[in-house]
Design a protein around this ligand. Structure first.
Ligand code: CO
Length: 169
């Protein structure tokens, strides 16, 4: 079921979420619904507060063919490096801006089978996970935004970023 995405301003987006003590059928259903909602909105990540649930669950999938990470009670345990890049958020439509994020993280969480997972993530995957875990702590990317990028300037921002990347090679 596609759920309604809560948009800023909303108290639920500003609360620290509750850890999940037991993976119940309701939690599995929530994860399925969050996935459907994320895909429907063309998002690369979604956190439970964005669908009005105050629990520590976040999903990240960068592309349809990429691995889906379903994270219960995720905690970042190691960080390294830093990179500034543009972000947006399903809960803050039409706002985009640059955020400084770690380029390598280790995140520990439980998957839907209740297995403990220790994931090492880099670059854009690491960025997306940091963005979603911020949601679980009531933090929005706009709190950390360095510079707002107007929606009509996004394409030229990406082009400039790519040409700088190529120049580094
Ligand atoms: Co977001």
């Amino acid at each position: 079921m596609i759920l309604t995405i809560i948009e800023e301003p909303a108290d639920i987006l500003r609360q620290k979420t509750q850890d999940i003590a037991e993976i119940t059928p309701d939690i599995l259903q929530l994860m399925d619904d969050m996935y459907e909602t994320m895909k429907h909105s063309d998002g690369v990540g979604i956190a439970a507060p964005q669908v009005n649930e105050n629990v520590s669950v976040a999903l990240v999938q960068l592309d349809d063919e990429d691995e889906l990470f379903e994270m219960i009670n995720p905690v970042i345990t190691e960080v390294e490096g830093s990179d500034i890049f543009v972000e947006g958020c399903l809960s803050i439509p039409h706002v985009f801006g640059t955020v400084d994020r770690k380029t390598r993280i280790v995140v520990e969480y439980y998957n839907r089978q209740g297995e403990f997972i220790r994931l090492e993530a880099y670059d854009y995957l690491a960025r997306a996970i940091q963005h979603e875990i911020d949601h679980l702590n009531g933090v929005l990317f706009t709190d950390k935004m360095i510079e707002e990028i107007k929606e009509e300037d996004l394409e030229s921002y990406y082009e400039k970023y790519e040409s700088e990347m190529n120049a580094d090679d």
